[in-house]
Design a protein around this ligand. Structure first.
Ligand code: BES
Ligand code: MN
Ligand code: ZN
Length: 527
């Protein structure tokens, strides 16, 4: 759902040979070079620019271009250069004089893609002053950013015939010394970019198209990659006693679903469909688990939401979308780890059959919940999914993602997701992966004083806490369904959708979390 983007890697010396004679074609040919602080350029770049370097220096001065990341100097029809356009991309970190952090290269790639547009050809001279290994990683990150920026969601636009944005084709060649190493690194990034863009598609899809059954179908498509996908229908969930999840979906014309995805990247592991709990428990084959809230539309139910902005509640499945995108990324890059991705899929509607405020449901764990507000539905869904995954697979840890509370937007806005955890090591690792990828999290407190706010007159607990600390009481609710097991909850209501446009994201559904969790897995849980 985008223009065609082809990225290829070549050796620097091959670029010099073949860059000639491309200018003046129907679609523009762009030569892209990099400049750091004070216009510092690599050797290959300086050579390639030749006499044009004087023009560049003058133009930079006139335009006030200082080589900062997210800025560029653009020269059309530059004299003495075989290209229609010369793009000098800033790559000095916005803060500090150090070499750019990995997240910066992703952003630079995004910024570059924004400048290139959707048609033509480009040669990118990637000769940043770094070790060959770091350079390969940086180049791979650059292409990740390019692919993320190239994403479009225009499936429902019928008038796009003359629009290059949808029908164009851009082919870019990235030239660097160790292009073989980069090719390897870029393969993994391609998987990650696909994962991010899959998550975005799911979040952007309208709720009349993407209801629980359809969502499950899309998850099922992961089987192409060797993921085992199990779909539980209403009957199966009734049998298991998942009444909290089912209660949320009972007012909808669309049936609820739960999907469990298994990626068994460790050789010889039996964790998966048909595997017994004891197989899952066996040594290092113990899986890690990611769990997503998948409310395909949240009207609030009988505790109905105001009309203004309600359309945004099609994105109330961003947690589930992230889990599917992550499973895609891990399977596509053949991550050496056993992973479970589980999503609870429901539509929260008001109806004669809908759940009422005051209803008491018995969750799969046996604990009872008094539903005070039917709009606090995500936690009800997650309660049963967390319980199921923990009891059947005994994972090393569980991380759930959910667009759980509006209150997290009040607390953190759109720049950090809320992190809640019962385990300092896990929390620290998630924070680090967040900083490394630019998908940042901020840890919030948990504690018995907050937990108490959930006590109910009639049942074991209420599903809401009261006016204060709404994100924390929601997390406390989830924690009541986690036994002594490392667990983290990411409240992504502010980051999963409608976040401000950036160099790497111009679309409503951000695909937030795929890169963060992929990094977490790569850094700590792969063999
Ligand atoms: N899906 C919403 C939370 C949400 C709000 C996500 C804004 C994205 C943007 C959730 O189900 C919800 O309605 N939460 C209520 C909880 C309240 C009833 C305790 C909320 O945040 O108002
Ligand atoms: Mn709600
Ligand atoms: Zn919701």
């Amino acid at each position: 759902m985008s223009f065609k983007l082809a990225v290829e890697f070549i050796a620097l010396k091959d670029l010099r040979r073949s860059a000639k004679g491309k200018k003046g074609a129907a679609s523009p040919h762009t030569l892209v070079v990099f400049a750091g602080a004070d216009l510092a350029m690599g050797e290959a770049t300086t050579k390639l620019l030749g006499d044009c370097i004087e023009t560049v220096t003058r133009a930079a001065q006139a335009a006030g271009f200082k080589g900062k990341a997210s800025s560029a100097l653009e020269l059309w029809a530059p004299v003495g250069i075989d290209a229609d356009r010369l793009l000098v991309l800033g790559c000095a970190p916005k803060q500090g004089p150090d070499t750019p952090a990995p997240a910066d290269h992703v952003s630079i790639g995004g910024y570059l893609m924004g400048k290139l547009g959707s048609k033509g050809t480009a040669d990118v001279v990637f000769d940043l002053p770094q070790s060959p290994e770091a350079l390969a990683e940086a180049a791979a990150d650059l292409t990740l950013g390019m692919r993320m920026r190239a994403y479009r969601f225009d499936l429902y636009k019928t008038k796009k015939n003359d629009d290059a944005d949808s029908n164009g084709a851009l082919s870019a060649r990235v030239a660097l010394s160790d292009f073989a190493g980069a090719r390897l690194a870029v393969k993994a990034r391609e998987s990650i970019a696909e994962g991010v863009n899959i998550a975005r598609d799911l979040v952007n899809e309208p709720p009349n198209v993407l209801y629980p059954e359809e969502f499950a179908k899309r998850a099922k498509a992961l089987e192409k990659l060797g993921v085992v996908v199990e779909i539980l229908d209403v009957k199966a969930m009734q049998k298991l006693g998942m009444n909290a999840l089912l209660g949320v979906g009972q007012g909808s014309a669309h049936e609820s679903r739960m999907v469990v995805m298994h990626w068994n990247g460790l050789k010889g592991s039996k964790v998966g469909k048909g595997a017994k709990a004891k197989d899952a428990k066996a040594g290092s084959a113990r899986p890690i688990a990611f769990i997503g809230k998948g409310v395909t539309f949240d009207t609030g139910g009988i505790s109905i939401k105001p009309a203004g902005g309600m359309e945004d509640m099609k994105g109330d499945m961003a947690g589930a979308a992230c889990v599917v995108g992550l499973m895609h990324a891990l399977a596509a890059r053949k991550a050496q780890v056993n992973v479970i991705g589980a999503i609870g899929l429901v539509e929260n509607m008001p109806d004669g059959k809908a759940q009422r405020p005051g209803d008491i449901v018995t969750t799969m764990s046996g604990q009872t919940v008094e539903v005070i507000n039917t709009d606090a539905e995500g936690r009800l869904v997650l309660a049963d999914v967390l319980w199921r995954i923990q009891s059947v697979y005994d994972p090393q840890f569980m991380i759930n993602l959910a667009t759980l509370t509006g209150a997290i937007l009040v607390a953190l806005g759109t720049d950090h997701a809320g992190l809640f955890s019962n385990d300092d090591e896990l929390a620290q690792r998630i924070s680090a992966a967040g900083n490394a990828t630019g998908e940042k999290v901020w840890r919030m407190p948990l504690g018995p004083a907050y937990d108490k706010m959930l006590d109910s007159k009639f049942a074991d607990m209420k599903n809401i806490g009261g006016r204060h600390a709404g994100s924390i009481t929601a997390a406390q609710f989830l924690q009541r369904f986690v036994n002594k097991k490392p667990w983290a909850h990411l409240d992504i209501a502010g980051t999963g959708m409608a976040s401000p446009a950036s160099d790497i994201n111009q679309t409503w559904g951000s695909g937030w979390g795929v890169r963060l969790l992929d990094r977490l897995v790569a850094d700590h849980y792969e063999k």
